[in-house]
Design a protein around this ligand. Structure first.
Ligand code: SF4
Length: 319
């Protein structure tokens, strides 16, 4: 099971395409440490009793700024969970942060979108690109035999697509093991979207460059993820074509939890299918999630499922 947990909506960056841009108002929340520890321990119990692996991946906001992350990750890794996180990379210049990642994490995804001027402007922080570069370099050098997989994720939009292939090759020089990408979505910041969204011709360019780029990167030990099904998802979005998903597994093997402790099959369905984790106390409760999501969908199918935007449903991580 893969569990994505958005533990905080606080962030120190100002990305114009993100709902958690630090310049935006609204209430910011973080998951209480005790509740994260309780439910994380329940996931570890579930994994052990059911003979399954669980990858628990922290998201934000900026999850590395969520204070409980280090002690909790160490404890949960000890209990048998594989720990992961997606970060903007702003704290990777700190030796203590890198040491904690290497000690307890199995995977780290760092966001980077283009060359320095493009990345820094998009992220609203001068020097952001340089921090990602030096942080990845240092992690790759310092991890030794530790099983920490380094991944970079690139957000594709009009401004970043022309730099995609060059950035992938550069990331290979920095020591990443895997590269993923997603296209800019319009839900978080609708005003940013129209000028930057990918168009059908952009997807055609991307599809044409992917096979050769994958071949270039492979001998260098780098996997560029995203298969034909995934590119078809991107093409459909660029073309305003809906792609429905009838059965997304309903929470297994995939679970999303938000900062308010609502569990759902994905980040888009909490309001309709969500279940508070506060009520999940036993291994049997975790077993029962799939049936409860299915019942919620039968009672009220979400319109979003008729054009499912969840990248994991479309093999984003397929090699
Ligand atoms: S939006 Fe997609 S992943 Fe989410 S519940 Fe609907 S079909 Fe499943």
């Amino acid at each position: 099971m893969i569990v994505l947990w958005r533990t905080t909506t606080h962030c120190n960056y100002a990305c114009g395409f993100c709902a958690y841009d630090r310049r935006l108002g609204g209430i910011r929340r973080s998951v209480p440490a005790e509740e994260a520890a309780r439910f994380g321990t329940l996931l570890a119990d579930w994994a052990r009793q059911r003979g399954q692996t669980v990858l628990l991946s922290w998201l934000g906001g900026e999850p590395l700024s969520w204070r409980p992350i280090w002690d909790l990750s160490a404890r949960l890794a000890q209990a048998g969970l594989a720990i992961s996180a997606t970060t903007n990379g702003s704290s990777l210049d700190r030796a203590d942060v890198r040491a904690a990642l290497i000690a307890s994490f199995r995977e780290l995804t760092v966001s980077i979108d283009g060359p320095p001027s493009v990345h820094d402007a998009l992220r609203g922080r001068e020097g952001a690109w340089a921090r990602v570069r030096s942080g990845l370099h240092a992690l790759a050098a310092e991890r030794g035999a530790a099983p920490l997989r380094l991944r970079a994720n690139i957000v594709l939009m009009r401004q970043t697509l022309p730099h995609f292939a060059a950035l992938c090759r550069q990331l290979a020089d920095w020591g990443v093991d895997e590269i993923t990408f997603n296209q800019l979505g319009g839900r978080d910041r609708p005003a940013f979207f129209p000028a930057q969204r990918l168009l059908p011709a952009d997807i055609a360019d991307l599809a044409a460059c992917l096979p050769g780029l994958k071949q270039d990167l492979k001998p260098r030990g780098v996997t560029l993820c995203g298969d034909a099904l995934y590119v078809e998802r991107l093409a459909a979005s660029a073309d305003n074509r809906a792609l429905a998903v009838e059965d997304c597994g309903q929470g297994r093997p995939f679970l999303f939890i938000d900062e308010a402790g609502i569990a759902a099959p994905c980040s888009f369905s909490g309001a309709a299918y969500g279940i508070p984790i506060a009520g999940l106390r036993t291994v049997a409760d975790v077993d029962g999630l799939a049936a409860r999501f299915a019942a919620a969908r039968t009672a009220r199918r979400l319109a979003t499922c008729d054009d499912c935007p969840s990248t994991q449903q479309f093999a984003k991580f397929a090699a």
